[in-house]
Design a protein. Structure first.
Length: 123
């Protein structure tokens, strides 16, 4: 493998770019886990899911995710995620159904996580 990478610097460069991006994302997730309230972490995760996997729907942006998957992503218990989703629903920012979440108000979700975040660029 080393010999291959030595003889193919473009491949090595692309691999380094890929790995540095993944490391940056892991660092961002760690910062979210240790420093933000669960509702903010859930909002950030929902916006990230929307950016990556969201599908436009009449009510907003549809994502498919279970509560446990969200809990694992944000470093919280399933119960804490249920409470956070309930808060977001009460504010009219999301609607939920079995394994489906619709993000109804992306600008307000972005405001929850802070103006300096890179999440929530779904258009």
């Amino acid at each position: 493998m080393n010999a291959f990478l030595d003889s193919h610097p473009r491949v090595m460069r692309k691999l380094l770019i890929l790995l540095s991006g993944r490391l940056r994302q892991a660092g961002q997730q760690l910062r979210n886990i240790v420093s933000r309230p669960v509702t903010v972490r859930v909002a950030a995760a929902l916006l990230e899911f929307a950016d990556r996997f969201g599908k436009p729907s009449p009510q907003g942006v549809l994502i498919t995710s279970g509560q446990q998957e969200l809990a694992d992503m944000v470093g919280a218990s399933r119960e804490a995620v249920v409470k956070a989703l309930r808060e977001l629903r009460a504010q009219g920012l999301v609607t939920t159904a079995r394994r489906q979440i619709v993000l109804c108000d992306l600008p307000k979700l972005r405001n929850i996580i802070g103006a300096n975040s890179s999440f929530g660029t779904f258009t």
